[in-house]
Design a protein around this ligand. Structure first.
Ligand code: CA
Length: 245
């Protein structure tokens, strides 16, 4: 039906983050915040589970609480490093101070954040770790000559940087992650605008953003990437949707 072949799923795999945190509220806030930021999140509520997951599965980064029931975060970290697990680790702790930081870094932490922390700071530090870490490949998205560096939210077309508002960026990343698929306005309202109850339809708002995004991404470039699928929504791909639209 469609001209564009979807790329293999792993090309678009979001960065995987393991959160090891025993306070349910903090764990849940981290999970939902990180998922909103486009990460795939696995959670462990205690040290043993965290150690098991970190040593048996592959992650791009770990957010590790220092004070955990049963097994302390730093001993888990040291054990992982001894096993050769090199994934970047951000340690969270209620304790602050030079000695705490040194202990964390000695155990193999890549970064360190004292509680209470502001979520945007955690996100910024995590993204910095991912840029330095091995997760980089998974954080590059590309369609034709459009490139998205997810960690830094950098967009280029050809060699030209494209400046986007945060919403435009989120819209573009979503379309790119669903490339070759028709994306409806309902999907955009739910997943990009996070509008679960559509008291006032967002269709006009969405259309305005898509129009602006298309100007920035497609104007002056070939091929056109953002296509309208009449009556349904949009499709991003380097071929127009099939059926003569
Ligand atoms: Ca704790």
């Amino acid at each position: 039906m469609l001209g564009a072949d979807p790329m293999p799923a792993e090309v678009f795999a979001p960065a995987r983050v393991l959160v090891v945190e025993d306070e349910p509220k903090v764990a849940e806030a981290l999970r939902s915040g990180l998922e909103d930021a486009g990460f795939a999140v696995a959670s462990a509520l205690d040290g043993e589970e965290g150690f098991f997951l970190a040593s048996s599965e592959s992650f791009d980064a770990i957010v590790l609480d220092r004070m955990l029931p049963g097994r302390d975060g730093l001993s888990i970290l040291a054990a992982l490093r001894r096993k050769g697990v090199l994934v970047p680790v951000l340690v969270l702790t209620a304790l602050d101070g030079v000695e705490e930081r040194v202990a964390g870094l000695d155990a193999g932490a890549d970064d360190y954040l004292a509680k209470p922390f502001a979520f945007p700071e955690l996100l910024a530090r995590l993204r910095a770790l991912l840029r330095r870490g091995r997760g980089d490949n998974l954080l590059q998205l590309a369609v034709a000559d459009l490139r998205i560096g997810v960690a830094r939210r950098e967009v280029t077309r050809g060699d030209q940087p494209i400046e986007l508002t945060p919403r435009e960026y989120e819209l573009l990343e979503y379309l790119v992650r669903h490339r070759g698929q028709i994306v409806s306005r309902e999907m955009l309202a739910r997943d990009v605008w996070k509008e679960t109850q559509r008291g006032t339809p967002l269709d006009n708002v969405i259309d305005v953003h898509v129009t602006r995004l298309r100007k920035k991404v497609d104007q002056g470039f070939e091929p056109r990437l953002i296509h309208t699928v009449r009556g349904i929504g949009f499709l991003l791909g380097d071929h127009a949707p099939g059926g003569g639209l």
